[in-house]
Design a binder for this molecule. Structure first.
Ligand code: TRP
Length: 435
């Protein structure tokens, strides 16, 4: 039996033939830049570098690499921030290859003392991927640690990055504070808080390996990943200028709806986070979603239905910004033509929270139902899920090995394949013994 497919599929078409989407077909002739912004898919960072004219290997098509740390089930924040977009990109047929990575090795950089958590969450994240509509026939789903080539690349890239540059990475900085790494531990403290683990500190370099190993052009991710992509681009530029044109400079693809950039938790706090208990999970039942939405933070001053209410900072409306579509109104609340009308009524007063929450429940459950259906399919076939990951990891490994061979050749550490080197040395020592 085949798994139910996600909707909105378009038949795939020839790669690199989609100028209407604003993609340049050949990165070697069209440097990334501000001219590309404002298109359907928002990209960031104009390239400060003019690309060389030598064609890169993937000049034929665009390649996606992205992933998640397996430290918990994925929630709606992940869905609007990246997962939904990945499925759209997959179904657009515009990408030659798509790699989606479960970043277990990266998760271990700050969970070294809890490998079981990472291990358990691999299948959770894989189920979330598959149920969200990622299709193993079209996207390569793989596990980071099963591609050891990534470690070797990182080892070479480490020579191209300074400690000072890593220290300036704003995401790493924020995470160091968040994890309490920098506080230093009192003697005898057995927690991981004994300073900053080197592996954690250098994970942006490992992330550069993840991206470049697949010659990825495009990294769909949230804005917190921007500093990582920026560092990757610097590493690529440095590598190419030292060793010759080898690696591809990637671009981040940010979510295009402001409300999706960072979905707040159900309690109105800035971010959904497992530890705060303010998440709606992709794997939540309809009843769990109903309860969570009913308990959601709205406008604390909107006490009676007649009171005028605030829409800004009102989580229920933020979620409607992220999830509602015009057709939802005719379907669930025909007395309003649009979200703007609903907001206007709320602001005027006379509209109760419960009515707005019921709309959101209907919209979320409509969206989650097909996801739940696919999840049920795969939950009864866990062996198949691991097979998908195993095959994906083998494919990913083959792709990374090709890049690694290019990298070794560029760095001239491919001694045994280097006929010129061996012949040259032979000649050199022959002359030496003759004289
Ligand atoms: N840092 C990402 C996260 O926190 C996971 C990740 C690892 C990643 N390697 C990547 C994302 C490469 C995009 C590209 O979820």
């Amino acid at each position: 039996m085949n798994p139910p497919r996600s909707g909105g599929e378009t038949p795939s078409r020839p790669v690199g033939k989609a100028p209407e989407k604003g993609y340049d077909d050949d990165r070697t002739t069209a440097p990334a830049g501000p001219s590309r912004s404002g298109q359907k898919f928002r990209t960031a960072h104009a390239s400060p570098y003019i690309n060389e004219t030598r064609p890169l290997k993937n000049a034929m098509g665009k390649i996606i690499l992205t992933g998640d740390r397996p430290t918990g089930r994925l929630h709606l924040g992940h869905y609007v921030g990246s997962l939904r977009r990945r499925v759209e990109l997959q179904n657009s047929g515009e990408f030659e290859r798509i790699f989606i990575m479960i970043a277990d090795a990266q998760a271990l950089t700050d969970n070294a003392d809890n490998p079981e958590k990472v291990r358990q969450n691999i299948v959770e994240v894989a189920l979330d991927y598959l149920s969200a509509g990622l299709d193993p026939a079209r996207s390569t789903l793989f596990i980071q640690s099963q591609v050891p080539e990534l470690c070797e690349l990182a080892f070479y890239y480490m020579n191209l990055v300074t400690v000072q540059r890593l220290q300036r990475n704003p995401t790493v900085k924020a995470e160091i504070t968040l994890r309490g790494f920098a506080e230093g531990a009192a003697e005898g403290d057995t927690t991981q808080r004994q300073g900053i683990p080197v592996g954690f500190f250098t994970y942006p370099i490992s992330q550069a390996s993840d991206i470049t190993a697949f010659k990825a052009t495009t990294v769909p991710a949230g804005e917190d990943q921007e500093p990582m992509i920026e560092q990757t681009r610097e590493i690529v530029h440095k590598f190419n200028s030292v060793y010759g044109q080898t690696l591809v400079e990637p671009e981040i693809l940010l979510p295009d709806n402001a409300a999706c950039m960072r979905l707040p938790g159900t309690d109105g706090k800035a971010k959904m986070s497992k530890s705060l208990g303010n998440c709606i999970y992709l794997s939540d039942t309809a009843e769990e979603v109903r309860k969570k939405v009913m308990g959601m933070y709205t406008d604390p001053d909107h006490l009676r239905v007649e009171d005028p209410g605030k829409v800004e900072g009102n989580t229920v409306f933020t979620y409607l910004d992220a999830f509602s579509r015009p057709e939802h109104f005719s379907k669930y609340l025909p007395e309003y033509a649009s979200l703007d009308e609903l907001k206007a009524h709320y602001r005027r007063g006379g509209l109760g929270d419960v009515k707005v929450k019921r709309l959101l429940i209907a919209i979320l459950n409509e969206m989650l139902d097909p996801i739940r259906e696919r999840r049920r399919h795969y939950e009864t076939r866990i062996g198949e899920v691991y097979d998908i990951l195993r095959e994906g990891s083998a494919k990913a490994r083959a792709a990374a090995a090709e890049t690694l061979a290019d990298v070794r050749a560029a760095m001239k550490i491919n001694y045994f394949d280097d006929r010129e080197l061996i012949d040259g040395q032979t000649e050199h020592f022959k002359l030496k013994t003759e004289n």
